[in-house]
Design a protein around this ligand. Structure first.
Ligand code: SAM
Length: 282
């Protein structure tokens, strides 16, 4: 377990993931009843973009750095506003020195009745994450294997919920674990909203993953991708995707506005592309 998200916090892939995550949480808030967000691979929750690691690897400059300064098209701006509001609230002096990882972003968006369960396997990261939410009764941090918890923690007792699965993709077999994890969790909690992150790097692996998803028999599955440059050989991360199971009905139309705007903004000049398709309908 050598992966450190600090090198990548706020990059183009985080922007897509966190914008989609924000849209999903905002939608869940439209009903008064409580919900729970389960973040299976949570990281440390807060990243110092002015620190040594981010200085060595300033990926955030081509991610949140671009978005913060951008004039987005009229229809896209209100859709990213809740995400940017969280970032602005964490950086009252302007700019973005502090970047929220998924658990902190979610926490900032929750209402008093909502809950967050965050799982992190790396002992030091789990400790940092626990420290971040110490005394917060709405958040439970578990130093646990997210893949096991994905099965064990669903359905949440609130019966309404969103499960974010964001593995590091450093070990072989992560695509298979995603498929297996989704199948098991969906079997127990079919009405949950699921958001799965995956890298656009190994074209064959993505192709096989998408085919396997289509064959799973799970209804209502949306695929959203943004690539910032063409695929290369040898393969390098050139974009990222999210699979959203049981998306709120407005998400497709929101993503039709957001994805092209993000591809234009985050992509190399003239090279940004997006994809939005249903892998399975009703
Ligand atoms: N979701 C975070 C965000 O958006 O800010 C980033 C998470 S990062 C991509 C993946 C995290 O998963 C790392 O912090 C890593 O230590 C952790 N991890 C790796 N294997 C895990 C496992 N089996 N269960 C839980 N966490 C794991």
């Amino acid at each position: 377990m050598n992966y450190s998200h600090a090198f990548h916090a706020g990059n183009f892939a985080d922007v897509l993931k966190h914008v989609v995550l924000t849209r999903l949480v905002e939608y869940l808030k439209k009903k008064d009843t409580a919900f729970r967000v389960i973040d299976t691979h949570a990281g440390i929750g807060r990243y110092d973009l002015g620190g040594a690691i981010a200085k060595r690897s300033p990926e955030w400059k081509d991610g949140i750095g671009r978005l913060l300064d951008a004039q987005l098209p009229n229809k896209a701006a209100p859709l990213v506003a809740p995400y940017l509001e969280v970032i602005r609230s964490l950086n009252p002096d302007g700019g973005v020195k502090t970047y929220p990882g998924s658990p902190l972003l979610v926490r900032q968006l929750l209402r008093p009745q909502d809950r967050l369960s965050a799982l992190e396997l790396h002992p030091e990261y789990a400790k940092k994450l626990s420290g971040l939410f110490e005394g917060d009764v709405q958040v439970r941090v578990n130093h646990l294997d997210g893949w096991l918890a994905l099965n064990a923690h669903v359905p949440p007792k609130e019966k309404r919920g969103l499960v974010l699965v964001d593995p590091p993709f450093e070990e072989r077999g992560e695509f298979d674990r995603l498929l297996d994890g989704l199948a098991k969790a969906h079997g127990k909690f079919a009405t949950g909203v699921y958001a799965l992150w995956y890298p656009l790097k190994d074209t064959r692996a993505v192709h096989d993953f998408i085919s396997a998803l289509r064959d799973m028999g799970i209804p209502k599955m949306l695929r959203a991708e943004v690539s910032v440059r063409p695929a290369s050989n040898p393969p390098k991360l050139h974009g990222s995707g999210m699979i959203i199971v049981n998306p709120p009905y407005v998400l497709e139309s929101e993503l039709r506005i957001l994805l092209p705007a993000l591809a234009l903004l985050l992509g190399d000049p003239g090279a940004g592309r997006h994809k939005l398709e249903w892998l399975a309908g009703e």
